[in-house]
Write a protein that binds this ligand. Sequence first.
Ligand code: NAP
Ligand code: MG
Length: 403
Amino acid sequence: MPEKIRVKNPIVEMDGDEMTRIIWRLIKEKLILPFLDVDLKYYDLGIKHRDETDDKVTVDAANAIKEYGIGVKCATITPNAARVKEYNLKQQWKSPNGTIRSILDGTVFRKPIIIKNIPPAVRKWQKPIIIGRHAYGDIYKNVEYVVEKPGTAEIVFTPEDGSEKKVIKIHDFKGNGVIMGMHNTEKSIRSFARSCINYALGEKVDLWFGAKDTISKLYHGFFRDVFAEEADKVKDKFAQAGINYRYLLIDDAVAQVIKSEGGMLWACMNYDGDVMSDMVATGFGSLGLMTSVLVSPDGKYEYEAAHGTVMRHYYEHLKGKPTSTNSIASIFAWTGALAKRGELDNTPDVVKFAKTIEDIVVKTVENGIMTKDLMLIAEPPVKKYALTEEFIDAVAEKLKKEI
Ligand code: NAP
Ligand code: MG
């Protein structure tokens, strides 16, 4: 065995739940630790340990990412009522991703992995369509009211300085109906725009932003203006990188994305990002091919797979049945974190190692070794699918030969 590659600075590792926890251990034991001398700051975000620590471990992990700059996270259970029962939890803990995101104040970017024999639903898509989703406000922080008698609905703004209230009529109700109030903040929109700009510059891809400012002249117009101002500040950097900023109406953006060959960062308002990221993920083949990175405005990075803990497969596994769970997005979470670590540490051998694993993974699938989710859509068709561990073993074998 040749000497291990040394990773200069630590990486924060966050373990998780169910099937992805099993995959996580396999990746670490077979693809990472045999080849790298790396200081992993380990935090167990598995549901039991979150419960034992009253979720303090999640906060500690987020603070560690702040300290060290790079994190890699396994998928975790976000408890609902059923999970509270299943795991006998003290309470329905909040989503770890939500907790980490609010501590890092970051934006989530989702990028699909492109593989030749896994054709996208849209034939013209050849390059990744990356979605950046604004993760604050709009309907996700709304207030709603069901109207059950005639009356007038108004927006009222009460200034803190005691100056005159602002009252705007929404609607005179003649009968029943429904009302919603929502908001956003300039600070959040601006840091979202900046995160998108930084990501676009880092990946050297065009930045698109779509909204409906023809209808929502003030609310959506506000987003448009903030993006335009921030983009204007970096127009020289964009020109140097050979990339463009483009504002479109959201419906035009949808049409243009479908007609394009991909290769752009599509910045989406919160709801658009929620919906469009699922469409794009499905369009590129499988959730198992979708990677996700949380980028904070001050340049901290947390990498993960976009999918969850693949509970159904885990229950099969517990019954002793073989599983065929796709580990690719989880592997790319590790390689994404390693490549960024290497870039920030200025250690090209670490970046090269990460790219080597990524190339091997893609080639393995292109050679017809893949899990069942991919087998179902591969072109040309393949006859047999690999089990969870078989796929990782195939990658590990090739990695041993190449290092
Ligand atoms: P999921 O884990 O994303 O899986 C949903 C279905 O998608 C699976 O049953 C499977 O379909 C397919 N799938 C997803 N990833 C796959 C992979 N790597 N390989 C093969 N197939 C894959 O969602 P879920 O089962 O609804 O959620 C389970 C738990 O994950 C929940 O407790 C939720 O809170 C959590 N979650 C966590 C995160 C996160 O940590 N980032 C994100 C989402 C959900 P088939 O059953 O058809 O094979
Ligand atoms: Mg969604």
